[in-house]
Design a protein around this ligand. Structure first.
Ligand code: ADP
Ligand code: MG
Length: 412
């Protein structure tokens, strides 16, 4: 983690150094060429006297601004590029304010706005991709003209203020555009990484799962056989069978990650699917002191679904409901046809419930609040129900319990 941070930081320093160098080149190019034009070329064309006027800081303005260069270079060399833009912002503007005050304070001359290099400060904020710098740079620049306006009592500052407001707005739009672009890139990258992680886990899980399932099936078979042979002598066989079933559920969930999700639709009887699932969950329910109660409304039509996959869904949902009730209780299963040709299966527990902010995380791979949980169950449920074009909804109250609604199309 620390290593990761160092690498990221080094990359950022490199980026900032590059940007700062570009900024410095443009800064001096603009600063010097603007004044060269203003004080030499322009008067030359007009046949007037040329040269740097001897007012304000005069030549010292240039000495100070060029003197900022070794300071900037020092910080660049020492891997501290982030501060350089601030040194220039405050160094240049501070010098410029003093320069202007010397010229215009106690003088009748109308105020003339400074070098266009100032616009560079604002327009470079999106390139530094730094919100804090944006706010500081734009408010300092506008603040400079407001301050001069107040001190000199001169309304000529209004035009530069207006111009800077426009440039600030443009820079703001570009900056936000950059940020939203970076955000979407990051989220695509994150999603890609998550998918890649899942794909690798899935492939491994499928390979291992295949190898585990067969020996597991024979283990379960033999344990069952022993239980039938010695029904009274050992209490361990039911536990062995139950534990094997538990491994089976986990292996099935894991294997689902790696398989291409093809649903084999067949007409199935939902009552049978639920009855089968309940028989699997029976052992665990007994252990937790949980009783199941099933309510069915009217004659239920068969639905087109992949029975095997739906069993996996209900095994997981019942298991979660049972595990939410360590003190025991009742789980109600209500099945009915809802008017739009869809079937609703509600599972209501009286368990611990799920907090509002956790509801959003349900179904994320590996999200679990249990010490022995895998965080795979609901992810598999969501995927299977989605493949069936159905819906999986959760409603929960902390301390009262959770209602899970599975809605499936009947399709007949
Ligand atoms: P696991 O059961 O292995 O933790 P799941 O994906 O099945 O993984 O469930 C994820 C999490 O959702 C659980 O850890 C639990 O916090 C919460 N959860 C799911 N169903 C219920 C429920 N019926 N009552 C309370 N919490 C639940
Ligand atoms: Mg679970």
């Amino acid at each position: 983690m620390k290593e990761d941070f160092r690498i990221t930081h080094t990359k950022l320093v490199t980026q900032e150094t590059k940007t700062t160098k570009l900024f410095l080149i443009l800064f001096y190019l603009l600063f010097l060429s603007f004044d060269a034009f203003y004080y030499f070329l322009y008067p030359l064309l007009k046949g007037k006297k040329q040269g740097i006027p001897n007012e304000g800081l005069g030549i010292w303005l240039y000495v100070i601004v060029i003197g900022l260069l070794p300071i900037g270079m020092y910080f660049l060399k020492n891997q501290k590029p982030f501060i350089v833009k601030y040194i220039y912002l405050f160094g240049y503007l501070g010098t410029d304010i003093i320069h202007n005050l010397i010229i215009y304070l106690n003088s009748e001359k109308p105020f003339q706005a400074g070098n266009i290099v100032e616009i560079l400060f604002v327009l470079f904020t999106p390139i530094f991709v730094n919100r804090k710098y944006f706010w500081i740079a734009s408010s300092t620049l506008i603040g400079k003209y407001i301050l001069l306006g107040i001190l000199l009592r001169d309304s000529h500052v209004l035009l530069p203020i207006l111009i800077f407001l426009v440039f600030t707005a443009i820079a703001f739009v570009i900056l936000n555009r950059f940020f939203s672009y970076i955000r979407s890139l990051t989220s695509i990258h994150e999603e890609f990484r998550q998918n890649e992680k899942l794909a690798v886990i899935g492939q491994m899980a499928t390979a291992i799962g295949h190898e585990i399932r067969n020996p597991l099936a024979s283990l379960r078979g033999f344990s069952q056989l022993q239980l039938e042979r010695n029904p009274t002598t050992s209490e361990f066989y039911p536990i062995m069978i139950q534990e094997i079933d538990r491994i089976n559920i986990i292996v099935n969930d894991l294997m689902y990650l790696g398989k291409p999700n093809v649903v084999k639709l067949k007409k199935e009887n939902i009552e049978e699917i639920i009855a089968y699932t309940l028989s699997i969950s029976k052992h665990q329910a007994e252990q937790y002191g949980v009783i199941f109660e099933t309510f069915m409304e009217g004659p239920l039509p068969s639905i087109e679904c992949d029975g095997h996959q739906l069993k996996q869904v209900f095994i997981n949902l019942f298991k979660n409901a049972i595990e939410s009730m360590p003190e025991g209780g009742q789980i109600k299963i209500k099945i009915k046809v809802i008017e739009t040709g869809r079937m609703l299966i509600s599972i209501l527990d009286q368990g611990l419930g799920i907090a509002g902010e956790q509801l959003k995380s349900l179904g994320e791979p590996f999200y679990t609040t249990k010490t022995e949980g895998t965080g795979l169950g609901l992810m598999v449920c969501h995927q299977i129900i989605k493949d069936h074009l159905g819906q999986l909804n959760f409603e929960s109250k902390i301390g009262l319990g959770t209602k899970v609604d599975v809605i499936l199309p009947i399709r007949q």
